[in-house]
Design a protein around this ligand. Structure first.
Ligand SMILES: [Zn+2]
Length: 270
């Protein structure tokens, strides 16, 4: 089945109904659209994209019902399999099979990589950007020229001496991952969190784009993190997610990968 989305610059922050939006240019539209499933450590979200510009967000896992299935998971992905997703307890599994779905996924991608591509696809001109997703873990990725590279920030750095789930000590995730942050997170916790993120971004040579997108559930719950990070990165532009109606921009990144056939058969990220 062929899907070639020629233009992919629609904005998720526009009113989302089938009738109110101008359909993107679609050379070979799918009659049914795409079923995008984002598997998180604490929840699963299904986003049905298309036909046309329709967007339907559903809590939980919904069967694709004949649509191509596109999956994003927080873990190492290789050749359509999840090599390791420690927050899910998945090791060397077919993710669709693991979810109990009777079909194979057309695309399997690391969630940060898909979200970063989606943030670019949802912005005019599909700009290069640095993506940081704050959730149970830290998802870091960079998009340059429409290609994403993930695994940039979470596991590395010198942020104290707390052991990390990856076996190292002092990873960014030990001071910025949801599992490591104080609960509840208070206003006083946000400046040091923003400072750690800024330090991680500045110390990562691959994180060169000026545009930084700060997303993820923790950012949604604490939107003041965005101006705090902007203040800590005066040479850059920091924006929240462009996906206003879904948990993340992941579905648009998955669609980009499906349309362009650029889901690379390699180890994507942790
Ligand atoms: Zn680590």
């Amino acid at each position: 089945m062929s899907h070639t989305y020629v233009a992919d610059t629609e904005r998720a922050d526009l009113p989302v109904t089938t009738s109110e939006r101008v359909p993107p240019v679609v050379a070979h539209p799918s009659a049914l659209g795409l079923c995008c499933v984002e598997v998180g450590a604490s929840s699963v979200e299904t986003v049905l994209l298309g036909p046309g510009s329709a967007v339907q967000r559903l809590d939980g896992l919904h069967p694709p019902d004949g649509r191509p299935l596109l999956l994003a998971v927080p873990g190492l992905v290789h050749a359509g399999r999840v090599v390791a997703a420690s927050n899910l307890g998945w090791y060397d599994v077919d993710p669709a099979e693991q979810l109990g779905l009777p079909v194979r996924a057309a695309v399997v991608c690391n969630d940060a990589e898909a979200a970063a591509l989606g943030e670019s696809a949802l912005r005019p001109g599909a700009p290069d950007l640095v993506f940081v997703g704050l959730g149970t873990g830290v998802g870091g990725a960079v998009v340059t020229g429409g290609v994403a590279e993930a695994n940039l920030f979470a596991h590395g750095g010198r942020f104290g001496d707390r052991p990390c789930g990856c076996g190292r000590v002092g990873c960014l995730e030990t001071v910025a991952g949801g599992w490591a942050l104080p609960a509840p997170l208070t206003a006083a916790d946000l400046p040091p969190l923003a400072a750690a993120l800024a330090q991680a971004i500045e110390q990562e040579p691959r994180a060169s784009p000026r545009l930084v997108v700060l997303a993820g559930g923790i950012t949604t719950a604490h939107p003041h993190l965005v101006p705090l990070l902007a203040a800590a990165l005066p040479e850059r532009t920091v924006q929240p997610t462009a996906a206003a109606t879904t948990k993340s921009a992941t579905a648009w990144g998955l669609r980009h990968l499906h349309a362009t056939g650029t889901a690379r058969p390699r180890i994507a990220t942790a």
